[in-house]
Design a protein around this ligand. Structure first.
Ligand code: GAR
Length: 192
C-alpha cells in the first residue's frame, strides 16, 4: 500500500551542499506535511546533498551532465517512474531547456538568494553589499528557460547591516530560504 496517499510527490534537483534539500526533507517528514520528497537527483557525484538523501532513505541518483539533452532525458525517465508532481531546484546550477519544461508540464520551482529580479546569477551577496543595498533576501520562483527568471511565488527580505560580510549575509539569507521554500511549495500546490 502507498505510504502517504494524497501527498504530492516532489523531486529535488541539486548540485552541492543540500541545506535547502535538508530543510525540505525535515518539513516533508512531518505527519501533516502535504508533500513528500521522493527523489533526489544530482549532476555532481560529490554533492553533499546525495549523502543527506541517503541518510533520509530517499531514492537518489547521480546523473552525469555530459550534455543537456542526455541529462534531461534521463531526468525525465526518473520523473515518470516516480510519478513526480513537482520538481524543486535547490542549488541546482544548470539551466533546464524549454523542451524539458514543456515535456514535464507540471510546476518547476527554484530558490535564489536575492530579491529577484535583482542579482540573478552567482555571487549575489557580494554584489548586493558592494552596491550598498539596504536589503537582500530570497526568492522562490517558477522556472522558465531563462536564468533565475519566471513568476515569483514567494519572496522575503533581510536587512543588510553595515557590519555584514558576504558570509554573514549568506547565513542570514539561507535561514530565510529554508523557511520560505516549503511555504512556496504549499502556496503553489494548494493555493494557500
Ligand atoms: C542556495 O543559496 C540557493 O539559493 C542557491 O544556491 C544555494 C544552494 O545551497 N541557488 C542559486 O544560486 C540558483 N541560482 P544549498 O545547496 O545549501 O541548498
Amino acid at each position: 500500500m502507498e505510504k502517504s496517499p494524497g501527498k504530492k510527490k516532489i523531486a529535488v534537483l541539486i548540485s552541492g551542499r543540500g541545506s535547502n534539500l535538508k530543510s525540505l526533507i525535515k518539513y516533508s517528514n512531518q505527519k501533516k506535511s502535504l508533500f513528500k520528497i521522493v527523489l533526489v537527483i544530482s549532476n555532481n557525484l560529490n554533492a553533499k546533498g546525495l549523502m543527506i538523501a541517503n541518510k533520509s532513505k530517499i531514492k537518489n541518483h547521480y546523473i552525469k551532465y555530459s550534455n543537456q539533452k542526455n541529462f534531461e532525458n534521463l531526468v525525465l525517465k526518473l520523473i515518470k517512474k516516480y510519478k513526480i508532481d513537482m520538481i524543486c531546484l535547490a542549488g541546482f546550477m544548470k539551466i533546464l531547456s524549454k523542451k524539458f519544461i514543456k515535456k514535464f508540464s507540471k510546476p518547476i520551482l527554484n530558490i535564489h538568494p536575492s530579491l529577484l529580479p535583482k542579482y540573478k546569477g552567482l555571487n549575489t551577496h557580494g554584489r548586493a553589499i558592494k552596491n550598498r543595498e539596504k536589503y537582500s533576501g530570497a526568492t522562490v520562483h517558477i522556472v522558465n528557460e531563462k536564468l533565475d527568471a519566471g513568476k515569483i511565488i514567494f519572496q522575503e527580505k533581510v536587512k543588510i547591516l553595515k557590519k555584514d560580510t558576504e558570509k554573514t549575509l549568506e547565513k542570514k539569507v539561507l535561514k530565510v530560504e529554508h523557511k520560505i521554500y516549503p511555504r512556496a511549495i504549499i502556496k503553489l500546490l494548494f493555493n494557500y
